[in-house]
Design a protein. Sequence first.
Length: 268
Amino acid sequence: MGKFDGVLLVSDFDDTLYDSHCQVPRRNLEALDRFLAQGGRFTVATGRAHRTFAPYVHLAPVNAPVVLSNGSAIYDFQKDEFLVQTYLSPSAPQDLDGVMEAFPQLGMEAYHGEDIYVFRPNWITDLHMKKVGTDYTVCPIREMPTPWTKAILQQDHGVLKEVQSWLLDRFPRRYEAIFSNHVYLEITDHGCNKGGMVARLAQMLGIARENIYCVGDNQNDIPMMALSAVPFAPANCAQEVKDWGAHILCHCDDGVIGDIVEILEQRY
């Protein structure tokens, strides 16, 4: 029996566990080794899809299923299978075609299975695809195969704030529209966010609510931080996260998971 038996630690990936130099700091790895040795369960809740996260899962000692696509799915990398998979409404191509018509400066990615389809790519789309290191197919929205697990709308933050309001006003119970960073507006099925999927994962694992700890840097992490016994965020987090009231720790480059494990070592 270890002191972290029955404790679940969930981290966002980009700019939280994974730092600005595109690596997991050694301090994070050393802390996670201590956490797991005492019976803790560690996983990631990321906006990345299976295809764009799978090449990176080995970078940290993940020992629980992973929340993918901003809360659209739960994937067990040990069993190599989806435990939960959700999809956007069948009307998503028509709905998002309307968004793209209303906001012609937008770029868009749609995720179908392991494939990524892009309409009207812009400089943000290009940078995103280079970061995740994958290819994609450019085509009209109506020609993209369905169903979609999620979509990402891309443009400057001010434009995306308008898009977010436009979309949620017209389809208030059809979609989640939440920022994963200031130039990515993530679209998932209504009710599918990191908070909901972390709660489902904890139930699968038999983890009590008071033993869930979450850390993230952006608006899309707030739903899971709301579940956390102590909501943690790195110093590089978005202003929305600071304003929300997260417990701010060190910068992701300095190994924010190390800070959390040290706190938990005192707490338990």
